[in-house]
Ligand binder design. Sequence first.
Ligand SMILES: [Ca+2]
Ligand SMILES: [Ca+2]
Length: 353
Amino acid sequence: MRNKFLLSALFVVAGMHLASSAGAQVAISEILYHPVEKEVFDTNGAPVLDISDDVHEFLELHNAGAAPVNLAGWRLSGGIAFDFPTGTTIPAGGFVVVAKNPARLAAIPQYGLNTNQIFGPYSGQLGNEGDTVRLRDTADNLIDSVSYSPAFPWAIGADALGAGDDWTGLNSFDYQYRGRSLERVSFSHPANDPANWLASPLATGPTPGRANSVQLAIPRPVIIAFSVVQASDGTAIIRSNQLARIDVTFSATNQLANVSVEYFIDDINQTNEARTTLALTPMAAPSDGRYTGTLPGWLQAFAHVQPVSVTITTVRALTQGGPIYHTLWQSLAWTVGILALFMSLTIRQYRKV
Ligand SMILES: [Ca+2]
Ligand SMILES: [Ca+2]
């Protein structure tokens, strides 16, 4: 017989201090690498649209500077390739979109794109398992570069809808040819920081050719790595009555202060379990982003069950419901007035019959 318990942990970060800094010029601002592409057939059973190769992919550029920029001779490379033609200008504060298939993108009514904003087609594809995109100017200087991923610590909700309909409770056809894009939060913050990219909200969808849904000078911090080990010897197996050490690494650390972990042991048959909050300690300067704490012997209630292993790999599975993760994250952010980050650990307890 095997029982399964969940230990869920809420990371709460207070002490938000926004700062402003000068924006860069032209930057990669939005990436729709995995549009929802559901097969639709006509009455004869023939596909109404060739949706192979993710034809509704796009990449967006933004000019965050105060002057127009001539993009003629600039190029995209990496997973996709495109050379901007003569006469391509991006106005100050403006956006241009480079499409896998410009006609298909222009046909999506929710986007309301003007054809003079859409460039392409590009060759290649924005990989659904992660990819790199680079923007270079006429002198081949690297202007911007992003290596995104559909997996933690990147916003997993931007992988189409983040999970299948049976998990999200959504109907993919409601998001046909769109889904959720990666939207950049700050143009003065490094492009390659996962904290700088959020999945576009379900309700509004991707925003090709216009401002992204969330814009901050400094992105909210996210966890980019964590581990839970037995405190006494650092091993992954945590036995009953043993303290556990949790180590967490954040990025976008400018706003970090008063980091704590909130946890509860979740019997899958109950809700509203009592929660415990534990302050985490900076391992170095707060800007370093690494925090640690020792969880008490929270397995004592199950002391008769051992050994216990912490299965870190399930964290991704539990958080793959993009909307669920996002809703929780947002509700905490707004109601408590602080930043909150969520992660879950599954603790499997094995009991001999
Ligand atoms: Ca793709
Ligand atoms: Ca946009």
